[in-house]
Design a protein around this ligand. Structure first.
Ligand SMILES: Nc1ncnc2c1ncn2[C@@H]1O[C@H](COP(=O)(O)OP(=O)(O)OP(=O)(O)O)[C@@H](O)[C@H]1O
Ligand SMILES: [Mg+2]
Length: 262
């Protein structure tokens, strides 16, 4: 039927991109007038794609992620996402007065999951991030790595098709970070969620992504991008990961030399 076909066509159009960033620029008012932070950024994230956004400190990565999250509006250009994205930051931002389980249940409640289903779904999510048995643990009883696992479970509880991550593992030690890279890769493959992941760590970007997008500094522009076709699961010390990281680091260094770093 025509109406069904039309509705399907509209659906197909909607799911063609998990995120679509079109000619986005962003300026902030500063003491010396408006400061252009992002300049004409265009970037698509396909459904189920894992993209890392890489760039020097201060180049505008968090600004761009906040725009995609809808926390701020672009000065010009447009952003569309497939539904409302879930967010995860460097700081876990869990409610310390709630247990791990209750933090996750709150996200389920906010999304309208009926009370009777919340406990079972929370246990499933805890199992997904390998934290079975942590339901009743208070946030201060958890290690940094465990807190980020709970934060990831809480982000996944929102059932978003796009997960936005801003240096979520930057405060963790190298071994814990390594384990969480493995977990995130597994969860990404299992759930089919699209991920836009911000980092200034080149190896981390290559370890995780199908595509690495490098932003230049002052103002942030898409400088270059690389498709990473090294099979998953990868290890951060794998030779192909190291080789591509060296190549990207060279380009990143060139960008920093050209524009200076904050
Ligand atoms: N709300 C704001 N008001 C004014 N300036 C801002 C605001 N947010 C960010 N900036 C400026 O925009 C630039 C980019 O900041 P942003 O936090 O996006 O960088 P970043 O790439 O995430 O850096 P880092 O790797 O250190 O996290 C910086 O110069 C910053 O001072
Ligand atoms: Mg940042």
């Amino acid at each position: 039927m025509a109406t069904t076909t039309l509705a399907k066509a509209a659906d197909d159009e909607a799911v063609r991109h998990a995120a679509r960033i079109e000619h986005v620029s962003k300026s902030f008012a500063g003491p010396a007038g408006a400061q252009l932070v992002l300049d004409d950024i265009s970037l698509d994230v396909a459904p189920g794609e894992f993209v890392t956004l890489l760039g020097a400190s201060g180049c505008g990565k968090s600004t761009l992620l906040n725009l995609v999250a809808g926390l701020d509006a672009p000065s010009s250009g447009g952003i569309t996402t497939d539904g409302r994205p879930a967010l995860m930051f460097q700081e876990h931002a869990l409610f310390p007065w709630l247990t791990a389980g209750k933090n996750i249940e709150l996200a389920l409640r906010l999304r309208g999951v009926p009370k009777a289903d919340r406990r079972a779904r929370t246990e499933e999510l805890l199992a997904l991030v390998r934290l079975k048995g942590a339901y009743g643990k208070r946030v201060h009883e958890l290690s940094g790595g465990m807190r980020q696992r709970v934060a990831l479970a809480r982000a996944l509880a929102q059932d978003s098709r796009l997960l936005l991550m801003d240096e979520p593992f930057a405060a963790l030690d190298a071994i814990t970070r390594d384990v969480l890279h493995d977990e995130l890769t597994r969860i990404w493959a299992e759930t089919g969620v699209s991920v836009l992941f911000v980092t200034h760590n080149v190896r981390e970007a290559v370890r995780l992504a199908q595509r690495v997008v490098l932003l230049s500094s002052r103002p942030g522009r898409v400088a270059r991008e690389w498709t990473v076709d090294i099979p998953q699961p990868r290890r951060i010390e794998d030779a192909p990961v190291a080789e591509l990281s060296v190549e990207i680091t060279e380009v990143l260094r060139g960008e920093i030399r050209r524009h200076g770093q904050h």
